[in-house]
Design a protein around this ligand. Sequence first.
Ligand code: GLY
Length: 318
Amino acid sequence: MKRRNFIFDIFSIGLMSSLTTRLKAKTFNITPMVRSISTWKTTEANLKAGVMLDQGIDGLTAAVAGVAIEEENPKNTTVGFGGAPDRTGSVTLDACVMNHLGDCGSVVAVENIVNVAKLARDVMEKTPHVMLAGKGAEEFGVSEGYEKINLLTEASKNEWKKWLENEEYKPLINIENHDTIGMLCLDKDNNMSGACTTSGLAYKMKGRVGDSPIIGSGLFIDNKIGGAVATGLGEEVVKTVGSFLVVELMRQGMSPQEACENAVNRIVSSNSQKNKFQVAYIAMNKNGEVGSFSIEPGFTYMDYVNGKNEEIKTGSAL
Ligand code: GLY
């Protein structure tokens, strides 16, 4: 073999093998059955979780890491650091997680800790309890090494001061297009897990807790059937145990889409104030089929499947 051909051959073999490795790596990493969905336009959060699922990481770890992106985002005023405070100026966070075994953990009205979904996971895995509230949750977090930080940003403080001028309390529909982030992750072992995290309603009464940390309301998973998460006005979700309802409707044979529509209509049909607030559900079954529905138009969710992360518009009751 001439030297030139030899070099060319070596080069092509090298190129081919690196190309094959990359192609193989891509094929290997993307498992068609993994899927991640999350409420609102939480693009980076859902991408983070979806890519982790493609890498073979379990659903709970992916969901907690995904929602952490929004918990740490100071521009998201309804979740984590930078979340709007209650009427007294304190930022209090709620979160829960649930895994494919039916284990769950929750934290309620926690101050000074950013990653409350992770803290909820720690409650689930490191304590004999399901739910920790307030100071107890915060102290547990500190004992686990979480950093204490002031969650009230200058921007949130200024908005709160403006609100104090009138102290008008009403839920704002689709405010800045994000409220609670709820996420469902179906992993390579066909196991589903989820996480839900929020700072709750802006300027809520001190001590108010919504649906997000309540298993069955903000989030529910039954690994034989599928899972659901809720966003919007927590009081209305709690009244119908919304996420549990969606999963139970899927158990009875409904598709995720039919189940979400049915659960939203359950609220709408009995509520004279129905045009004054938003509630939305997203759901996924064990086949990886998804659905979503909201009361008011304007709700979207993120869907990561087959390596693509897309924002999906949903239908609405009104
Ligand atoms: N869905 C969030 C809350 O009502 O607190």
